[in-house]
Unconditional design. Structure first.
Lengths: 278, 262
């Protein structure tokens, strides 16, 4: 979208519409890419349009934010970034520096990525001790970075549940093994059995809500219940852009995304379920 | 299985040493046939008749993987004209739920099919859970296909009744605390093969990676607190009554001296 900023004919509304279309079509996947994209849109809003005062800027940012969030309601990172930008604008307006608005916005996407990695490096070693068994589900870049950093100083094992029907646990297991960590890959059905052996559960999440609940890929509720039953600590690793002030009134319906049934039931199975005409 | 082998051995021990071989063999075969008839086939019939009373009109019944006894209960209930829906929960790598789905669909029952990970989303609409078992320990712990315990745990967390259908020959006096002390390992390569998935799993070639291991557990142990009721051929009992049935069976076995009625 850097081209859109340079080309004068392409209006800001088109930029926003392009982004919304990409979000709807799931062409931007993952909280961090969505967050970065939203921050870029916000920056484009500031550079492409002049605003006389903070109030009109806030109105514009809010309008664009609603549009972007409506394009993908399940992606809470979009709303979080917009709220962050609004907060920065209000702060700047209070200190009455009109030309440093653009600078504060630039700091938003960079600061996020750097801050997260520093946090991992410092805390990974503190929370894991030697000869522990860590259980995790599926693939999470945050969890991968956390474990890889901790493995530099500690010797531990990781049990990875595959996370069907995405099977991203396979990728996580392979990456961790290639990084030199002892890994065991298990199917999701064995999570309850292996929880008796696990000392800690480390997972990533899609978003964390205001009541402390986490939205994460399917299967996490079962892992959490099993951890609770075996009194195993469950740690959720998230970047700041995933913390949302929303409450889950009915999380399974409001913040959920449905994929095609072909991943679970192939077409032969589905055909058997149709009315049979002889 | 250990139960059955032990009884067979007891029966063999109790054979008169002087009896001719052909006659002894005939008696033994007759006992085995009677064991199958009484403990398995007749028991299944009684169990199904007992459990089918618990299927009421308008039920949404959850079941996991494949259990021949649960399939029989549900097909019998459909044959009796009850209207209900079934939610079949399946899991990797065996995908036995597909076999259950075929059997239920053949009986004209309306079914839904989900993977184990989607259970917490659908369990709110479920009214009852019917599960099978591989064995039941004397403290009420139910050994079942891996994933059974997770299903019962989720159902319990949402206050849904869990009924375990299990014949009494599967009761065992051993106590098992967790799933790992006694278990069976399946083929680890079954985890690597992903039918219908585009591309090859990153786990392919896992034997060559020194730090990567695959574990395919067959069974898991469901704690007794998750079980509402166990349905046996003797009727419906709570998990705490399992040692009572075991004691009665042992008394019967010792009273008949290991002969007749095995």
């Amino acid at each position: 979208m850097a081209e859109a900023v340079k080309e004068k004919p392409s209006s800001f509304a088109e930029v926003v519409e392009n982004c919304c279309a990409q979000l709807r079509r799931r062409q931007i996947q993952g909280s961090l890419p969505c967050a970065k994209r939203t921050a870029e849109i916000m920056r484009a809003l500031l550079t492409m349009q002049r605003h006389p005062d903070a109030a009109s800027l806030i109105d514009d940012v809010r309008a664009v934010g609603y549009k972007l969030q409506a394009a993908k309601p399940v992606e809470l990172a979009v709303g979080n970034i917009v709220r962050r930008v609004l907060h920065l604008i209000r702060e700047e307006a209070q200190t009455e520096k009109s030309d440093s608005e653009a600078d504060s916005n630039d700091a938003v996407p960079q600061g996020k990525a750097d801050g997260k990695q520093d946090v991992m490096k410092s805390q990974g070693v503190e929370h894991l001790h030697a000869n522990e068994v860590i259980l995790t589900l599926g693939m999470s870049d945050t969890t991968y970075a956390f474990l890889r950093e901790a493995a530099r100083k500690r010797e531990f094992q990781v049990v990875v549940a595959e996370g069907a029907p995405r099977y991203d646990g396979h990728l996580q297991a392979r990456k961790l093994a290639d990084a030199g960590i002892q890994v065991t890959a298990i199917p999701d059905s064995a999570v309850f059995a292996m929880m008796a052996r696990a000392n800690k559960v480390l997972v990533g999440a899609h978003a964390v809500l205001a009541n402390g609940g986490a939205i994460a890929p399917a299967g996490i509720h079962m892992v959490a219940l099993a951890a609770h039953k075996h009194s195993t600590p469950l740690v959720v690793l998230v970047g700041l852009h995933k913390l949302s002030p929303q409450f889950p009134h009915d999380p399974d319906l409001l913040y959920n995304d449905f994929r095609g049934p072909a991943e679970v039931a192939d077409s032969d199975m589905q055909a058997r379920g149709l009315p049979q005409h002889s | 299985m250990a139960n059955t082998i032990r009884r067979l051995k007891m029966r063999i021990h109790s054979i008169d040493v002087n009896a001719p071989e052909a006659e002894a063999k005939r008696a033994l075969i007759e006992d085995i046939r009677r064991y199958i008839e009484v403990q398995i086939i007749a028991a299944d019939r009684l169990l199904v008749d007992c459990a089918v009373q618990k299927v009421t009109d308008g039920d949404v019944i959850l079941t996991f993987a494949y259990s021949h006894i649960v399939a029989n209960v549900l097909t019998k209930a459909a044959a009796l004209g009850r209207t209900f829906k079934v939610m079949v929960v399946d899991c990797r790598p065996e995908l036995e739920g597909q076999r259950m789905l075929e059997k239920l669909q053949a009986s004209g029952i309306a079914c839904s099919y989900i993977h184990l990970n989607a259970l917490s989303f659908v369990v709110r609409d479920v009214t009852k859970v019917f599960l099978g078992a591989a064995a039941i320990m004397s403290n009420g712990t139910v050994m079942g296909r891996a994933g059974n315990a997770a299903v019962a745990m989720t159902a319990h967390a949402h206050s849904k009744p869990v009924l375990v259908c299990c014949e009494s020959f599967k009761f065992h006096e051993r106590v098992q605390l967790d799933s790992i002390t006694h278990n069976e390992l399946g083929d680890p390569d079954a985890l690597v093969s992903l039918p219908g998935y585009p591309g090859v799993s990153p786990l392919a070639g896992w034997q060559d990676i020194p730090r990567l291991g695959l574990l395919n557990l067959k069974y898991d142990a469901m704690p007794a607190e998750y079980v509402t009721m166990i349905v046996t051929e003797y009727g419906m009992i709570p998990p705490t009554s399992v040692p009572v049935i075991l004691r009665e069976q042992q008394q019967d076995a010792s009273a008949s001296g290991g002969g007749g009625g095995m």
